[in-house]
Design a protein around this ligand. Structure first.
Ligand code: AGP
Length: 607
């Protein structure tokens, strides 16, 4: 997704802008650009492809004020012409988000004589500011008036040649924050871009416009009235995102899972009891009052919710529904004020999840709970209760440690709700917490299977399509395994509950259609074995992730990998780790850019 960095300081800001863009690379992008302003005017540099290309072009550039951007194409193809910053006269603009009324604005501007160089919605913003500046001397005022004409979501940063000492930024819908230090003032769409210079951050609110000048900033609302915004000291550390000895962030993040899980469950590390207050002071009361749970999330986070539905209904006995956020936000539903609305998001900024959460609240469902990996994110700020997973920054576009820590958090939530509702016996509570504490060690054992998984990936990577099968709480893990494989290896993969096979997908099975099956030694194993036989009988090749005690007969068509132990309720987490390694090695065999898969963005902050 697009990223913004802006800086105004006493010393050269170009290295800060480039480093900021490097830190934003993980969000996914297709081009990058910088514009600086000094006494000679505005200079712009753009490159298609990597930030490193832009860095080569700006090696000798020096300036004390500038804006920079990584673009992820929405309006117009990835190209240098469409890369930001966009300029009009002496104005340069970078923009995240989507301007919904850009076509009518564009027509108006063309009628006024403006010529468009790009296909982007952003260029309309540059021309609008330039137009207003013909009669208005203040850049801040020109930006403020421009924002009043924009419909949609945006975060923008603007410089202008007759104001070399000034940057103006504004936001509505898309995230934007300021960074404050003794030597400069900064802005970015994501805290990770600013941690190199400061940990003192100010999260701008919708409608905010800020002027950055002379090491000072002033924030107003859209009417131009000054507003106060709190400075928060970020808990994130700048070096938490270095690659270290790993080849890819995804690989690093897969192998960080034992630590990420240990950190996330630390809160129950030395206790045989789950304390409901760990989800917030109001949690005991709220968990007692609720009669349903509604989970809202997208992609991998949605699959975490789907696993949790099995736990919440079987252990906590609470009816639970899981909705894809982009569907829920536009659906007519039956609101229930006694329903706990749980928003799950790694980034906490996913536009659809945030909108679905707001929509749920607008229907009078005020009991809200966030499970998120970014403490300062919008979703966390807008929920009454929260649990912050402690996965650390996740850079690879394909979510790994964020997902397994979400599962750990959801399991703890299940236990807390069950306890508060009086359906969890002390012995069970102790046993579940014991299993939870064993999780990091159990994951370490699964990671040791990497070499065997690599051998499978060698066989598998030439395939065009695949079917994933799972049953019960492992069905969402089949969905996640298929998503991971398609995201990074580009192999077409679909997942089904194994019992659904004979209701249609079986027609696809032949020697060219491999089937990946998740076969833990649980109550559904015998049913699943029958499904595997159905595949074998049609000439399909099976890759089965089993576990101790699964006892499946190996043959030329059935390859089996045994996970070191059967892990009961938490087994989905162990199987996930094996499937992550499988997708990673398939993608590696194909020579794909594992951390930045084509067309995808890390943080989907547009609809
Ligand atoms: C996961 O591998 C994906 N990249 C994607 O499905 C992701 O989980 C989804 O976009 C939701 O993101 P969030 O958790 O940050 O809200």
């Amino acid at each position: 997704m697009c990223g913004i960095v802006a800086a105004i300081a006493e010393t050269n800001i170009v290295p800060t802008l480039i480093e900021g863009l490097n830190k934003l690379e993980y969000r996914g992008y297709d081009s990058a650009g910088i514009a600086i302003v000094n006494q000679d005017g505005v200079e712009r540099y753009r490159a298609l492809g990597r930030v490193s290309e832009l860095e080569k072009k700006t090696q000798d550039l020096k300036a004390t004020a500038g804006i920079a951007h990584t673009r992820w194409a929405t309006h117009g193809v990835p190209s240098k012409r469409n890369a930001h910053p966009h300029v009009s006269g002496g104005v340069a603009v970078v923009h995240n988000g989507i301007i919904e009324n850009y076509e009518s604005l564009r027509e108006e501007l063309i009628a006024q004589g403006y010529v468009f160089e790009s296909e982007t919605d952003t260029e309309t913003i540059a021309h609008l500011i330039e137009l207003i500046l013909k009669t208005e001397s203040s850049l801040f005022e020109a930006v403020r008036q421009t924002t009043q004409k924009l419909v949609g979501a945006y975060a923008i940063a603007v410089i202008e040649e007759s104001h070399p000492e000034l940057i103006v930024v504004a936001r509505e819908g898309s995230p934007l924050l300021l960074g404050v230090s003794e030597s400069g003032i900064y802005a970015a769409s994501d805290a990770s871009a600013l941690l190199q210079v400061t940990q003192q951050l100010i999260y701008l609110e919708n409608g905010d416009i800020a002027q950055l000048k002379n090491n000072q900033f002033c924030i107003t609302d859209q009417a131009g009235t000054p507003v106060a915004r709190e400075i928060v000291v970020s808990q994130l550390s700048a070096d938490a995102v270095d690659l270290g000895n790993y080849q890819h962030y995804m690989q690093k993040e897969i192998f960080e899972q034992p630590d990420a899980l240990a950190n996330t469950i630390e809160i129950v590390a030395s206790s045989d009891q789950i304390h409901t207050q760990l989800f917030g002071a109001q949690a005991p009361q709220i968990f007692k009052e609720i009669d349903r749970i509604l989970i809202l999330a997208c992609g991998t986070s949605n699959y975490a919710g789907q696993v949790a539905k099995y736990w919440l209904e079987s252990i906590a006995k609470v009816p639970t529904s899981v909705e894809v956020a982009s569907e829920y936000r536009y659906r007519t539903t039956v609101p229930n004020p006694r329903q706990l609305v749980v928003a799950i998001s790694q980034s906490g900024e996913t536009a659809d999840t945030l909108a679905a959460l707001r929509f749920a609240k607008s229907l009078g469902q005020e009991k809200t709970f966030a499970i998120c990996n970014v403490p300062e994110s919008a979703i966390v700020r807008e929920c009454e209760l929260r649990f912050i997973t402690r996965a650390g920054p996740e850079i690879g576009v394909a979510s790994t440690k964020a997902f397994t820590t979400q599962l750990a958090a959801l399991f703890m939530l299940t236990l807390a709700v069950a306890k508060q509702r009086g359906v969890l016996f002390p012995a069970e509570e102790g046993q579940y917490l014991h299993e939870l504490r064993h999780l990091p060690a159990a994951v370490i054992e699964v990671l040791k299977l990497e070499n065997s998984i690599k051998v499978w990936a060698e066989k598998f990577s030439s395939k065009q399509d695949a079917i994933f099968l799972g049953r019960g709480r492992h069905y969402p893990i089949a969905l996640e395994g298929a998503l991971k494989l398609k995201e990074i290896s580009y192999i077409h993969a679909e997942a089904y509950p194994a019992g659904e096979l004979k209701h249609g997908p079986l027609a696809l099975i032949d020697s060219e259609m491999p089937v990946v099956a998740i076969a833990p030694n649980d109550e559904l194993l015998e049913k699943l074995k029958s499904n595997l036989q159905e595949v074998k009988a049609r000439g399909g090749e099976l890759f089965v992730f089993a576990d101790q005690g699964s006892h499946i007969t190996q043959s030329d068509e059935i390859h089996i990998l045994y996970l070191p132990e059967h892990y009961g309720e938490l087994s989905p987490i162990l199987h996930t780790v094996a499937l992550q390694l499988f997708a990673y090695h398939c993608a590696l065999m194909k020579g794909n850019d594992v951390d930045k898969p084509r067309n995808l963005a890390k943080s989907v902050t547009v609809e």
